[in-house]
Unconditional design. Structure first.
Length: 160
């Protein structure tokens, strides 16, 4: 096995001297975050999925929420100052982010879009986000994720 191929996200973390741990697992195509966490024995609340939306204005926004939660579209729109937001269509993910579905991470997209991370991330020393490709995860401090994405913490999930 050769040297680990770095994704854009990993290169950005390295360049910013941000400490992270890479975890890779076998996976050929997209499976949801809950299935990945189940297979790897990971806590749902520490594992964050990356969702990309488009606002009424046409601006893109990135939201990172715990994998078992649902994005509250009204709250999401409000925190980014939009009238409404909707999920980016799957076919547009690569064009907008440079990543593919299942490998999308808030770090190192084609452009740095406004990023919001669910406030529950602050409860953990380490959270898990995609590593920038299917089968790769990045473990890092939530404040480092905020720092590298220019993001902010907010309550953006549906209350159950």
């Amino acid at each position: 096995m050769g040297k680990e191929v770095k994704t854009n996200a990993m290169r950005i973390l390295d360049r910013n001297k941000i400490k992270y741990t890479l975890n890779t697992y076998e996976c050929d195509n997209f499976i949801d975050g809950v299935s990945v966490a189940d297979a790897l024995g990971q806590d749902y609340d520490m594992s964050f999925k990356t969702l990309v939306t488009v606002g009424k204005s046409g601006q893109y926004y990135v939201f990172a929420i715990p994998i078992a939660e649902e994005l509250d579209m009204k709250k999401a729109a409000k925190v980014v100052g939009e009238k409404s937001v909707e999920m980016l269509h799957v076919k547009d993910i690569n064009k907008v982010t440079g990543y593919i579905r299942g490998g999308c991470t808030p770090i190192g997209m084609k452009k740095q879009y406004p990023t919001v991370i669910h406030e529950s991330a602050k409860m953990y020393d380490t959270i898990i986000v995609s590593g920038g490709r299917i089968g790769a995860q990045i473990f890092l401090a939530p404040d480092d994720l905020i720092k590298v994405t220019g993001g902010k913490y907010e309550d953006i999930i549906v209350n159950k």
